[in-house]
Design a binder for this molecule. Structure first.
Ligand SMILES: [Zn+2]
Length: 353
């Protein structure tokens, strides 16, 4: 287990996924009303598809589902939520393209540990290229093969350990080879009860029409409309400005920056905090790896030094301060107080690097 992955490992909930609230609401509503389609395809950017699949299954299994501000989410705290967010739920199975590795007998079963580490490290948002780099293969086209299909049949025939759902995620099903696709088809035709198969891909081109027709497709919102545009145009300057004032400990300017954050609407504040959280994680990973992390603040000293202030000693307290601010905002707490409290906690944590 990569030490960094274990440190930044965080419960995956709908609220952590920026710009896909409508989709999350729809998926949760289907679960709430007991209309879970046994095979679904989350089609859209891979940086969103897998986080959504995990948040969806976490909600499915959560024993204390919540509804806040009209949005449903898992609790993030119950034993089931924790097991899924740590990818250790015994009924959660993962299938993904894997390189042949010079041996015909290799399947995704042999890469489970690496793949789970990859998901944790990338917060489930990694690309196929990043997976190849992670597993250290120079193979450009890894596949899901017959042996992987046999693995699917095997894990889906098991009785659920926890007595609930059998859950299978197939990441990049468009890499299924013909034999594996045909094998999978049988499983899709005769699903066992309490089975959920989620496919996650950024395209459905090349997927057998017979598979497509047996799978309910959920189209994710384009990332550009949800995340990137808002992150860069609205949140990035605000957050970076706020972090800069924390860094400089200029309290008067910090208060002015807090006012700007408090002036956003609740939804924007939630997205802003999710963005801040991902920025802090980027800083931590970059500084841990000794890589530069360009925050683009226009302040060279800040850009160079701030990432180094996020270390193993304070990442967890920073993350929990951000989480608790989000919790407060979701419950309609006074935004100014919530952001001021967050600022104090962050500045205290930054001193403990
Ligand atoms: Zn829960």
């Amino acid at each position: 287990m990569c030490i960094f992955a274990s440190l930044i490992r965080k419960v995956m909930q709908f609220k952590d996924i920026v710009g896909q609230q409508d989709i999350a609401d729809r998926l949760a509503a289907a679960i709430d009303s007991g209309r879970v389609s046994h095979a679904q395809m989350l089609l859209g950017d891979l940086s969103v598809g897998m986080p959504m699949a995990l948040a969806y299954m976490q909600y499915l299994c959560c024993t204390d589902r919540r509804h806040v501000d009209g949005h449903a989410d898992s609790c993030g705290q119950c034993p089931s939520c924790k097991k899924i967010s740590q990818l250790q739920h015994p009924d959660l199975h993962l299938v993904f393209p894997n390189p042949p590795n010079g041996s015909a007998s290799v399947s995704c079963a042999d890469y489970q540990v690496q793949y789970r580490d990859f998901l944790l490290e990338k917060r489930a948002a990694g690309s196929l290229e990043e997976w190849h780099a992670f597993v250290g293969t120079d193979v450009k086209t890894s596949l899901i093969r017959e042996r992987d299909a046999a693995h699917i049949v095997e894990v889906l025939s098991l009785k659920p350990y926890e007595g609930g759902w059998r859950m299978l995620v197939i990441w990049k099903p468009t890499t299924l080879n013909a034999a594996a696709a045909n094998e999978l088809l049988k499983t899709l035709e005769e699903p066992m009860p309490q089975t959920l198969i989620l496919m996650v891909d950024d395209t459905d081109e090349g997927l057998l029409p017979t598979i497509k027709s047996r799978v309910q497709t959920v189209k994710l919102l384009p990332v550009a409309a949800g995340r990137s545009a808002e992150d860069t145009s609205l949140f990035a300057p605000l957050i970076v400005g706020w972090l800069r004032m924390l860094f400089k400990l200029k309290m008067k300017e910090l208060a002015a920056q807090v006012d700007k954050l408090a002036a956003l609407n609740r939804q924007q504040q939630k997205q802003m905090l999710a963005y801040a959280s991902s920025l802090v994680r980027d800083c931590f990973l970059c500084s841990a790896a000794g890589l530069p992390c360009n925050l683009g603040s226009g302040d060279e000293k800040f850009d160079a030094q701030f990432p180094k202030m996020i270390t193993v000693n304070n990442i967890e307290s920073i993350e929990s301060a951000l989480d608790e601010a989000l919790f407060a905002i979701e419950r309609n707490a006074n935004a100014k107080i919530a952001f001021m409290e967050l600022s104090f906690r962050m500045s205290k944590a930054l001193k403990k690097r």
